[in-house]
Design a protein around this ligand. Structure first.
Ligand SMILES: [Zn+2]
Length: 247
């Protein structure tokens, strides 16, 4: 799950600029991770692998956080090849303590130019959620901040993340069904329809659509194809197998 700025892009950029200004005091004190300016960093400690945990987090939870990050990166490497994004990763014991806005208790990712910020809540401490969120950061790194805003639909971003997310509730096969409806969900508000549980089907459909988009080339074709998107190619121009599907 994540935050998706709505169009027009300029409004999103203005919002980011506002958050960046708000967080400038943190950036002065902690110049590295504070470049992900939407997060408040007071009360966090940095682990050996660069992850952030809340001050007061136990030694056991610190070790678990680093082990999970390693497992998630290994999973991404097995599916897509090694990730390169240098995301800020925060592990929260108490999502209510997170500034400036409360987070969901599972996971989310925020995006700034050149930096993504993955926030893992107490209910998201598993390899599925972390690999999922790290792939949002990886996609943003590969296509670039502005291309992501302009050219990456929600279903695609989520579907890419879902290829490394094996949670059972999103494993719907759609055998004999149609998952293309998810391409019509243009906004985060439509996709992340948590009321009534519709989001579960949206994630499952996005997983299927991106698996189809990857097609016979497979997941290891993702990174070069994201580079082509960054260079200006259209998303569907890379997906002849999707266009050729029957109604
Ligand atoms: Zn997601």
């Amino acid at each position: 799950m994540k935050f998706i700025p709505k169009r027009p892009v300029i409004l999103a950029l203005l919002a980011v600029a506002g958050l960046a200004a708000t967080a400038s005091a943190f950036a002065y004190a902690l110049p590295g991770p504070a470049s992900c300016a939407a997060v408040g960093l007071a009360g966090f400690d940095t682990l050996a692998d660069g992850s952030l945990v809340q001050t007061g987090s136990s030694a056991e939870r610190r070790q678990q956080a680093m082990a999970l990050r390693k497992q998630a990166q290994d999973r991404i490497a097995r599916v897509y090849r090694a990730p390169r994004a240098q995301a800020v990763v925060l592990f929260l014991d108490d999502p209510a303590a997170f500034w400036p806005r409360p987070r969901n208790a599972t996971g989310s990712t925020d995006f700034l130019p050149g930096r993504s910020c993955v926030v893992i809540g107490p209910q998201g401490r598993n390899v599925d959620v972390l690999a999922h969120e790290l792939m949002h950061a990886e996609l943003a790194d590969r296509v670039g901040f502005l291309t992501r805003l302009r050219a990456i639909p929600v279903w695609f971003d989520e579907g890419v993340a879902m290829q490394v997310d094996y949670r059972a509730q999103f494993a719907e096969s759609f055998d004999g069904g149609d998952s293309r409806f998810v391409r019509e969900l243009d906004t985060g508000a439509e996709f992340f329809a948590f009321e009534g549980g519709r989001h579960t089907r949206h994630y499952a459909a996005a997983k299927r659509e991106v698996a189809d988009w990857l097609g016979s080339d497979g997941p290891r074709s993702l990174y070069p194809r994201l580079q082509r998107l960054r260079d200006g190619a259209a998303l569907d121009a890379q997906a002849p197998q999707a266009a050729g599907r029957t109604e």
